[in-house]
Structure formats: C-alpha cells, structure tokens
Design a protein around this ligand. Structure first.
Ligand SMILES: Nc1ncnc2c1ncn2[C@@H]1O[C@H](COP(=O)(O)OP(=O)(O)OP(=O)(O)O)[C@@H](O)[C@H]1O
Ligand SMILES: [Mg+2]
Length: 354
C-alpha cells in the first residue's frame, strides 16, 4: 500500500547539509498498522512528510495505493492537480492537532471537504457522520478550546478521514496525551483500521504504542531503517533490538561464571515443560532471573531469563537442547565483549543467529 525505495532527503540551510533520510526502503502492506520508531532526529517526521510529498524527497520514490507520487510531483501543473487528488486520499494526524480555534468542531472536520469543493449540505452530513465515528457526535458545535486533548485528537482524526482516505499517516498523534487517553486514541486507530480497512502508518518514539497496536514495525536510526518486519517475525529474530525493547525481561547474572539466556516461547513450544526436562536431562540447577507473559501485536508471547551454572562453553549442549525444542534462545552477554575474535570469551547477543 505504501512503498518507498531508496528514499533520501537532504536539507540544505545556511550552507549546511543535513541528511534526514538516507536510502529508506519501506513497505507497508494494505490493511496493516505499521509503526516506525526511533529517537529524536532519526528522521521519522521527514519520512512521513516525504511520503505525502509535503516535503520533496531529494531522491528515491514513493508509491501509495499503486500511484507513484514522486513521479507526479515532478511533472508540471496538471500532474500537480493529480497529486493533490492523490494526497486527499492520504489522511494525516498531527501531534498538536492543528485545529482552527475560530471554527467549531464540525467546521474543522468540514475544512478538507470545502477544499475538495463539496456543497454545504454534503459537507455537514459527512462531518457529522465522521464525528459520530470518533465518538464526538455531541460536540459538533463546540470550539476546540472547549475540548480535552483526547477529544481534540478525535477531531483531528475525523478531519483526516474526511476525504475517505485509504491510508492514514500519524506523526506522534499521542505524544501530547496522558497514558489513558493515549490508549483510547490508539484503540480508535485500531478500530478504524479494522472497520474501514484503513492502512495506518504511525510514527512514534514510544515502544508501548508499537506494542499495543502495530502489526509491523521498523526501527529508524540516523535516517536509515535498521530493522523491520511483522511483530511476530521480529520476536522470532534472535538478537532483534526491537524485539528486546518490545518485550524486555530484566535480571543480571548472580556471578561471573554463569550463563544467562533469554528464552522466548511462542506457539506450540510454550505448552511443553521444557525447562524441567532440561534440568532433569542435564542435571543442572536453573535459576529464573525474570519472566513475563504479554500480548504483543495480538500474539501471546512468553519470555524468561534463566541462568545456568558455568560459562557458555560449558553449556553448549543444554543450549542446543533448548533450541531443538523449538525455543528461541538469546545468549545474554554478562561480560564486556572482547575486541578480538570471539574464541573463548563471552558471546554477544547476536550469537543466537547461528
Ligand atoms: N526543515 C528542515 N530543515 C533543516 N533540517 C531539518 C528540517 N527538518 C528536519 N531537519 C533535520 O533532519 C533530521 C531529522 O529530523 P526529523 O524531524 O525527521 O526527526 P524525527 O525523527 O521526527 O525527530 P523527533 O522525534 O524529534 O520528532 C534532524 O537532524 C533535523 O534537525
Ligand atoms: Mg518528528
């Protein structure tokens, strides 16, 4: 539904160049909620502004619903009209709502329809329908100043839906809201995704947002996507930074000569008594340092941090046993990773990839 290839954006101001996007290949499938997470300055807002062509990409292409927007942007006035029409099929939700304070709630929602040339009666009917959809039918005549933050964002969402978009882009839509309001807005986005088949691309710096609503996610650093995939695939990827952040388990080794493992259970493996089998078969004492069961992207996942006596080299066989049982094992490095080749030293987290 949304594809970017080699998308780059270089800002030039006062003789300085800032590379905000550095060859971003993103693929958002139809009907999914896709989260892009990253630290401040990673390029998240630049990405979203380049996707709806509010910002002209320096290079690369953007395709939304099968239409190459970057090609349209480069081709004179007639194409510009086409681009405007294409853009009206992309809804946009902002962190600070961007409502007009002089207009009523209903008039705010009608604004994009005015621009599209709808008649007053049609606009009003559509606006009331959308306000009903976001749970604000009774506030149509209010002014933005009379609404709470969460209600303002609902108006922002209703306005974004005015042109019957197939895609909704959201830039930190919940960052200005308290946790409970955040949950209700995320639930609304999820409901709209399900009810209307709306594809949602949301940008956030909060892992909880990704955890509660996203089907897929990407991690951005310095203008690049460094990890991406469905939440299920990420959780099954050994050493995935996103998976560890989505689903953290704590706990430190009790002594130096111990092996600490993160064991992730999903699917059928979760139901077998693997840990007690391990203890019996290899006669090892296993300590549980931390554990959690959670729902991530609609999947039940369990993760446990366990400690085995002895260093990694002494535990190769038990670790092999756990992997054979279909569990995902990440070896947690307790000691600093040595600079040289890893011969006998501790094992970096990526070891699990083998
Ligand atoms: N209009 C602009 N002119 C010049 N530089 C810009 C402009 N917009 C963004 N940048 C720079 O591009 C980089 C990426 O900015 P961007 O706003 O995309 O990051 P972000 O991930 O959205 O950050 P945040 O989480 O703080 O919103 C930053 O170094 C920023 O200073
Ligand atoms: Mg931003």
């Amino acid at each position: 539904m949304i594809t970017t290839t080699g998308l780059s954006k270089v800002y030039r101001s006062r003789g300085r160049e800032v590379t905000a996007l550095d060859g971003v290949d993103l693929h958002v499938r139809e009907g999914e909620v896709y989260g892009v997470i990253g630290q401040s300055g990673a390029g998240k807002s630049s990405l979203i502004r380049c996707i709806n062509l509010l910002e002209r990409p320096t290079s690369g292409t953007v395709t939304v619903a099968g239409q190459d927007l970057t090609a349209l942007a480069g081709r004179g006035p007639r194409a510009t009209r086409e681009l405007r029409r294409a853009r009206s099929r992309i809804g946009m939700v902002f962190q600070h709502f961007n409502l007009l304070s002089s207009r009523t709630v209903r008039d705010n929602v009608e604004l994009p329809l005015e621009i599209l040339g709808w008649t007053g009666k049609e606009r009003s009917r559509k606006a009331l329908e959308l306000l009903d959809l976001v749970g604000l039918a009774d506030q149509a005549a209010a002014h933005p100043a009379q609404l709470s933050g969460g209600q303002k964002q609902r108006v922002g969402i209703a306005r974004a839906l005015a042109g019957d978009p197939e895609v909704l882009l959201s830039d930190e839509a919940t960052s200005a809201l308290d946790p409970e309001t955040t949950r209700s807005i995320l639930q609304l986005l999820r409901d709209l995704n399900r009810q209307l088949g709306l594809t949602v691309l949301l940008i956030t710096h909060e892992m909880d947002v990704v955890k509660s609503v996203c089907d897929s996610a990407a991690l951005m650093e310095k203008g690049r996507i460094v990890e991406s995939g469905t939440v299920a695939d990420l959780l099954a990827t050994p050493g995935s930074e996103l998976a560890a952040a989505l689903f953290p388990v704590g706990g430190d080794a009790s002594a130096e000569d111990r092996t600490v493992l993160d064991v992730t259970f999903h699917g059928e493996a979760a139901t077998r008594p693997v840990i007690s089998q391990l203890a019996r078969t290899y006669n090892v004492d296993i300590s549980i340092l931390g554990a959690a069961i959670d729902t991530v992207g609609g999947l039940q996942v369990g993760r446990m941090r366990i400690e085995l006596p002895g260093r990694y080299e002494e535990n190769v066989v038990p670790i092999g046993f756990l992997r054979e049982q279909g569990l995902q094992i990440d070896v947690v490095s307790a000691e600093p990773v040595p600079a040289g080749p890893v011969a006998t030293g501790p094992v970096p987290a990526k070891e699990g990839a083998r």
